[in-house]
Ligand binder design. Structure first.
Ligand SMILES: [Zn+2]
Length: 83
């Protein structure tokens, strides 16, 4: 169950807010599907089930601190033509 999360763990034990290469934003979720930013996911890591690279969609809000998490390509998922 922790395997998915290990992909997002950094050497210092905190969770990354975006992945490299690419710099895609990541959000985290618990079993209620609440959204956590990287900072809050690190703080509540025992609750976190996994992380998701957020490619496209509207901004989502961290359940804990209210920070907005933007998707990589914004709301319009059809436009993936960036470089
Ligand atoms: Zn947060």
């Amino acid at each position: 169950m922790k395997n998915k999360l290990n992909d997002f763990k950094q050497e210092d034990g905190t969770l990354m807010s975006c992945v490299f290469p690419g710099g895609y934003p990541v959000y985290y979720y618990n079993e209620r599907q609440d959204v956590f930013c990287a900072n809050c996911a690190t703080e509540y890591i025992d609750e976190i089930l996994g992380g998701t690279i957020y490619y496209a969609g509207p901004d989502i809000e961290c359940e804990i601190c209210g920070e907005m998490i933007e998707s990589a390509y914004g709301e319009d998922s059809r436009n993936e033509n960036i470089d």
